[in-house]
Design a protein around this ligand. Structure first.
Ligand code: URA
Length: 429
């Protein structure tokens, strides 16, 4: 087959700050997926995009071209409206676990096609795999049946959705080109649009533990994704949420499942409950149920019933004891005072080094490993009291985890007030 363009010309266009034409974009995405554009050529183009950006038209076309490389799912046969949530990833972000069954309790189908963690942010599938028997891989038929019967499904995204993204994301990961707003937005939205959800709520994290460290960047990413979704006919809104400190009191797979079950039982840390409810309200509104208050379903056990059915439908035993790490070690408060900072990135890296995350795609994670926090910003602490408990099966990991936490906390004299902001910072609709 003769090729319509030359990859080097496409790279030069972007390198010299030009705009790529629709035809150039369609070709380069497709040709890369077919293996005609080489990895080194795509990595040069990704770097040129990271450095020089893309126009709104280019981003929309790039997203459409990625969708066109694979299959599209179709939920139109379901009797329920669909709503999905996507988080850009954070430390202790277990929100999908209570949120999916909570929203499904109100007759909305929640298809959560999720991934595994890489680096310091955990993956939802790794968390659920801590539950004995639970399996992530479902066929499209099994997924549709579970959505109709239970309403909520969290499963592995099939390889058929936007295969260009799968290849490109792996390349970006090793070429320093992840942190590009056009590339992140098109990567996330190509998968969400191909998945075929009717409504989408984006949780765009901002702060040390997130891709987006500044509010301006998070706003721009949110706006870009909301526009892409809306233009593709998906009702899309975004919440900008705080990721300067971890969500809740746990970071690590089984530890986070335990905390999610506490939320489903009507308890749990206030920030996890607040974010779960804020996202649930947005999903219900986007699915055509703006007047439903989801909060009572956490208190009265309805969301817990849906959780139990959702876990059991995928082979999991909701009553089985969760795995516990073989070794623990405590990190003590160095001084009396008010905890004014507990850094999300440091806790994420510590949990990862303890074995909760993986450095390579083919590694196994430890179900019981992670960090349990005993205080969050705003709390008064006393010197020598435990601030955190570290969990791992492999105690030689403690030292490196503690290194990651060396500068994780700031304790101010008592009387100073910690600036503890709300978890939801802003809405982009
Ligand atoms: N998540 C994705 O799916 N893609 C990105 O580029 C970043 C986060």
């Amino acid at each position: 087959m003769t090729e319509r363009f030359d990859a080097v010309d496409v790279i030069r266009t972007k390198r010299d700050r030009g705009e790529l034409s629709d035809d150039q974009i369609d070709w380069v995405v497709d040709a890369y997926t077919r293996g005609v554009v080489a990895e080194e050529q795509m990595s040069a183009l990704a770097m040129a995009i990271l450095l020089n950006g893309m126009s709104r038209r280019e981003i929309a076309r790039w997203t459409a071209a990625m969708i066109a490389t694979g299959e599209r799912m179709d939920f139109s046969s379901l009797s329920r409206p669909t709503a999905d949530k996507h988080s850009t990833g954070g430390v202790g972000d277990k929100i999908t676990l209570p949120l999916a069954p909570l929203v499904a309790t109100f007759g909305v189908a929640v298809p959560q096609l999720s991934g595994r963690g890489l680096g310091h942010t955990g993956g939802t599938l790794d968390k659920l795999e801590a539950i004995p028997g639970w399996r992530a891989a479902l066929s499209n038929e099994e997924m549709l049946a579970q959505l109709e019967e239970v309403g909520a499904v969290v499963c592995q995204a099939g390889s058929g959705l936007a295969p260009a993204d799968r290849k490109l994301y792996a390349l970006r990961d090793v070429t320093g080109t992840v942190e590009s707003i056009p590339l992140i937005a098109s990567s996330i939205m190509s998968k969400k649009i191909a998945e075929g959800t009717g409504a989408l709520v984006l949780d765009v994290k901002v702060g040390s533990g997130a891709f987006m460290k500044s509010l301006d960047d998070a706003r721009e990413l949110a706006r870009t994704m909301v526009d892409l979704g809306t233009d593709a006919g998906v009702r899309t809104v975004a919440l900008l949420t705080d990721m300067s400190t971890p969500l809740g009191l746990t970071a690590g797979n089984a530890l986070e499942v335990r905390e999610s079950v506490e939320v489903l039982a009507g308890g749990g840390p206030p920030d996890v409950v607040a974010l779960t409810l804020a996202l649930a309200r947005e999903m219900l509104a986007a699915a055509g149920k703006p007047d439903v208050d989801p909060a009572p379903a956490l208190a009265d056990g309805r969301a817990m019933d849906t959780w139990r059915r959702m876990i059991a439908a995928q082979g999991g035993d909701p009553d089985a004891p969760l795995p516990v790490a073989r070794h623990t070690e405590q990190v003590l408060a160095p001084a009396d005072g008010v905890l004014v900072r507990l850094d999300a990135l440091a806790v994420g890296v510590a949990a990862w080094r303890l074995g909760a995350g993986r450095a390579r795609r083919d590694e196994d994670v430890q179900a019981g490993a992670g960090v349990e926090m005993h205080a969050k910003p705003g709390a008064v602490v006393r010197a020598g009291e435990p601030l955190m408990t570290l969990h791992t099966d492999t105690p030689e990991r403690f030292e490196r985890a503690k290194d990651a936490l060396a500068d994780a906390v700031t304790i101010a004299p008592e009387g100073d007030r910690a600036a503890v902001g709300p978890v939801v910072i802003e809405r982009v609709g």
